[in-house]
Design a protein around this ligand. Structure first.
Ligand code: V47
Ligand code: SF4
Length: 383
């Protein structure tokens, strides 16, 4: 629907908004102050046209998903982020858990013969799970299934591991890479700005530290993702500051694959009094992220956090990736109030979800190499 942008430019009475639309059409970068105008003034329909324009220029109707599974080594965590519903101080209390290396390798083995391409490993920061522990884990997974892409450890986990082992970021990442780590997930970013970070995640790695770890990973030839935890106590300016820091780093390294806005969920945590964002605000944010983050190839909606139908809706607001089958008992979101108690979607369900939104489902690997185009598969679920 590329012609919609011309109609929008002609019919938007607000000069600032119509100038931004012209810039988007010309593939020119919008500034931070223009981004603020979008947050403050632009309605959903306007943002949808612009975000779609960018998305279709980059990817047409292609919408990616992958076949992955998650392992959460532990929910024991030395940190105490106010938004976290998942961490426990001790494994033996309440519903804390810690998995042994053998238990985690057994999870990997349970996928033998199944066509998964990626394992995603993220958890709490356990004081006893150190470099040696995770190197052994990665080596064992690699030895068992060499072709499985290992995407593991947020910058928060890495920062703690490296400091404990007295390693520089480069030394630590090099050791993990040699063991078989291939890319980094985007978690732990939250909101970089210290005004907010100190209130919601004050005791873990700061924004500069998070960015440095990803920069170093990129310099070592690894790719990574970036998240932003939105919809709590941050202002539009804090969101723009966060996205601006990511956009600036990406200009230098080009190592980020995907930007993943994560909607704050308020159940069972110290921020339960903070209201969750509305669906309109969620869709506006996705659209603005697609318009502003012009050097991020992909924008992902993480369906376990948003819910399936809202994730489906994002496909009309700039999103071109809907994560994966996931297939596990991921607890980080169900404990925070997500409707998805045990998030797993079959490939057929994902394909149907994407087709219902009139997009083209394409299975990818972690690095966005195409595995299969599903455009010719019949639509079977609730057509
Ligand atoms: O950093 C924790 C978030 C993140 C809550 O790279 C919450 O492909 C909302 O890293 N409400 C970890 N969010 C998850 C993560 C991730 C997820 C999906 C895909 C990828 C990827 C990475 O989960 C944390 C934090 O921002 N989180 N608690 C909550 N109450
Ligand atoms: Fe720990 Fe991560 Fe929860 Fe923060 S968000 S308390 S670092 S598990």
């Amino acid at each position: 629907m590329q012609e919609n942008i011309d109609i929008l430019i002609q019919n938007t009475p607000d000069k600032a908004l119509s100038d931004i639309a012209k810039k988007v059409k010309e593939n020119a970068r919008i500034t931070d102050s223009e981004c603020l105008i979008l947050f403050e003034k632009a309605d959903l329909a306007y943002l949808g046209v612009l975000a779609n324009y960018v998305r279709e220029r980059l990817h047409g109707d292609t919408t990616y998903f992958n076949r992955n599974f998650h392992i959460e080594p532990t929910n024991v965590c030395v940190f105490s982020c106010a938004f976290c519903s998942y961490s426990r101080l001790y494994a033996h209390k309440e519903d804390g858990w810690e998995l042994s290396i053998d238990q985690m390798v057994d999870i990997v083995k349970s996928y033998d013969g199944k066509p998964v391409t990626e394992v995603h490993i993220v958890g709490g920061v356990h004081p006893k799970m150190n470099m040696a522990y995770f190197i052994e884990l990665i080596q064992k997974i690699r030895a068992h299934r060499p072709e499985l892409h290992i995407k593991a450890f947020t910058a928060v986990e890495l920062d703690y591991m490296f400091r404990k082992a007295k390693l520089t970021i480069e030394e630590g990442l090099t050791q993990l890479k040699e063991a078989g780590l291939q890319s980094l997930p985007g978690g732990g970013a939250e909101i970089f700005h210290p005004e907010i970070r100190e209130k919601i995640a004050g005791d873990k790695v700061n924004g500069e530290g998070w960015l440095k770890i990803h920069e170093t990973a990129h310099q070592l030839g690894m790719h990574s993702n970036a998240t932003m935890l939105y919809g709590h106590i941050e202002t539009y300016s804090h969101r723009i500051d966060h996205m601006s820091k990511l956009r600036t780093l990406q200009d230098t390294t080009k190592g980020f694959n995907t930007f993943i806005p994560l909607k704050f969920r308020n159940a069972n945590n110290d921020m339960s009094d903070v209201k969750e964002s509305t669906i309109i605000e969620d869709m506006r944010l996705y659209a603005i992220a697609r318009i502003y983050m012009d050097n991020f190839p992909h924008l992902k909606a993480y369906w376990p956090m948003l819910g399936r139908q809202n994730a489906q809706l994002t496909l009309s607001f700039g999103v071109n990736d809907i994560d994966g089958t996931i297939d596990d008992s991921t607890k980080i979101y169900s404990m925070a109030g997500s409707e998805e108690q045990s998030p797993t979607m079959s490939t057929e369900e994902l394909v149907a979800l994407i087709k219902q939104a009139k997009r083209v489902p394409v299975e990818r690997d972690t690095l966005y190499n195409i595995i299969k185009d599903y455009s010719n598969e019949a639509l079977s679920i609730n057509q």
